[in-house]
Design a protein around this ligand. Structure first.
Ligand SMILES: *Cc1c(COP(=O)(O)O)cnc(C)c1O
Ligand SMILES: [Zn+2]
Length: 439
């Protein structure tokens, strides 16, 4: 057996990789995919690097995908004919030179995970999950549909990959709490879209009950298959730096699957000798949905789910994160920090980044605000190499930007507003105005 599911709480219980099961039967904890590292160690670190680099430069299906280029580390038992890929990954790691100079962190990079088929990092995980489901169906498992609860981006990814594979999808969305772009994506891709009068946590409770019937497969991040795809992001960033590790990763966090996946990929790299030490990880939460931040304040000794309040960073408006346990393990291992950002801080951080050429979503605004604060406090130093993980494309959140620049956002005092100038259609009026502006 090259891979299996294993209880994350360390009770030792293992399950076959293709069993439809999301929690340990003995202790109720989540499960993680584990790979037989002995097999992976047969190849040297140098040889892994060479293999990954070679695939990156080719166009050979499916290995040119950032996820499937690392297939042996992700889902070695999957048949290539069942892979549903849209060439996810290999997104630009943007050198934020101007923004970095303004902050006094010149070695600042933003990994643009939103430059992907459905506009968010969720594609990295969904390609794995939908591929595995395709294989299960091919092998005769009676799966009628795949379902998820979502703050918007998971449902967009599930609907697109499901449509590409011809697998029916059902998405549970909190009514009025996702952007128009996020709502229209699953609609366009033909998913059954259920808009419920509740928040994400409420949708999550219902989808878990519905999928207790194993003919509807659960695609939320408690499903460890998605983590396997998402864990490639850190590996890919280090590859983009010619296998050098940055000092810091900063990642916005809601359900805490992505930060757990980031850590998982980096730990595997270290185990296989591709890196010698670990970077530090900063988790960034919206102050209005901050259960991990509160737990970090007392060194994770206690944890209580919160009622998430409305936040512009709607993709992380989660009060009861499903992967809390996984994330804490990762943060302890990586000498992690949890920081939070208010609405005002996240909106202004996003706008300042946009002024330097980015086009950030509000979740990335949360991560950038965390960077600003930790630099200010002297935790992040001038010489440090910092990588901010940008989780979605700003175009998914255009209303957030319109409202910012029109100064209509609650709890936000825009420091960088830029409104259109309305003029009569005469050369004279235009010239006068430009002379005034350009001086
Ligand atoms: C899903 C999502 C997150 C949060 O990821 P988790 O794994 O839930 O912590 C952050 N930003 C965006 C844009 C997302 O779609
Ligand atoms: Zn267990």
């Amino acid at each position: 057996m090259r891979s299996w599911l294993e209880c994350i709480r360390g009770c030792g219980k293992r399950y076959p990789i293709d069993q439809i099961i999301y929690r340990c039967e003995t202790c109720g904890a989540l499960l993680d995919v584990q790979h037989d590292v002995k097999i992976l160690k047969r190849r040297s670190a140098a040889s892994w690097k060479k293999l990954f680099d070679e695939r990156t430069r080719t166009n050979v299906w499916p290995y040119a995908s950032g996820v499937w280029g690392k297939k042996e580390w992700v889902a070695p038992g999957l048949k290539n004919e069942n892979i549903v890929s849209m060439y996810e990954g290999h997104t630009n790691c943007f050198w934020a030179e101007r923004l970095g100079k303004q902050l006094g962190v010149p070695d600042l990079w933003v990994k643009l995970c939103g430059n992907s088929h459905t506009g968010s990092f969720k594609d990295l995980g969904m390609t794995v999950l939908v591929s595995v489901v395709k294989q299960m169906i091919a092998e005769g498992k009676p799966i009628r549909a795949v379902a998820c609860a979502s703050t918007g981006d998971t449902s967009a990814a599930l609907a697109a990959y499901g449509a590409a594979a011809g697998i029916p999808t059902i998405v549970f969305l909190p009514r009025g709490k996702v952007s128009t772009a996020q709502l229209v994506q699953p609609i366009a891709n033909g998913a059954t879209v259920l808009s419920l009068d509740t928040d994400f946590d409420g949708c999550m409770r219902i989808v878990q009950e519905i999928t207790a019937d194993n003919t509807i497969y659960l695609a939320n991040s408690m499903n460890s298959l998605r983590m396997e795809g998402q864990k490639t992001v850190g590996i890919e960033i280090i590859q983009q730096f010619d296998w050098e590790i940055p000092d810091w990763f900063i990642i916005p966090a809601g359900n805490l699957g992505n930060v757990s996946a980031l850590g998982k990929g980096l730990l595997l790299m270290r185990e296989l000798g591709l890196i010698k030490k670990l970077p530090r990880i900063i988790c960034a939460q919206a102050a209005n949905a901050n259960p991990l931040y509160l737990s970090f304040q007392n060194n994770y000794k206690s944890y209580t789910a919160v009622q998430a309040q409305k936040t512009l960073a709607s993709a992380i408006q989660i009060g009861a994160p499903v992967s809390y346990e996984r994330a804490v393990k990762v943060l302890k291992e990586f000498d992690g920090i949890v920081e939070q950002a208010t609405e005002n801080e996240l909106a202004n951080a996003a706008a300042q980044a946009d002024r330097a050429g980015l086009f950030t979503c509000p979740q990335t605004g949360v991560a950038l605000a965390a960077l600003f604060k930790l630099k200010e406090r002297g935790v992040i130093k001038k010489k440090d190499r910092v990588v901010v993980i940008s989780t979605a494309h700003g175009l998914k959140f255009s209303q957030f930007k319109v409202d910012y620049h029109e100064k209509t956002l609650a709890d936000v005092v825009p420091a960088f507003p830029n409104s259109p100038i309305y003029l009569p259609a005469t050369t004279d009026a235009v010239r006068r105005k430009l002379d005034e502006i350009l001086k």
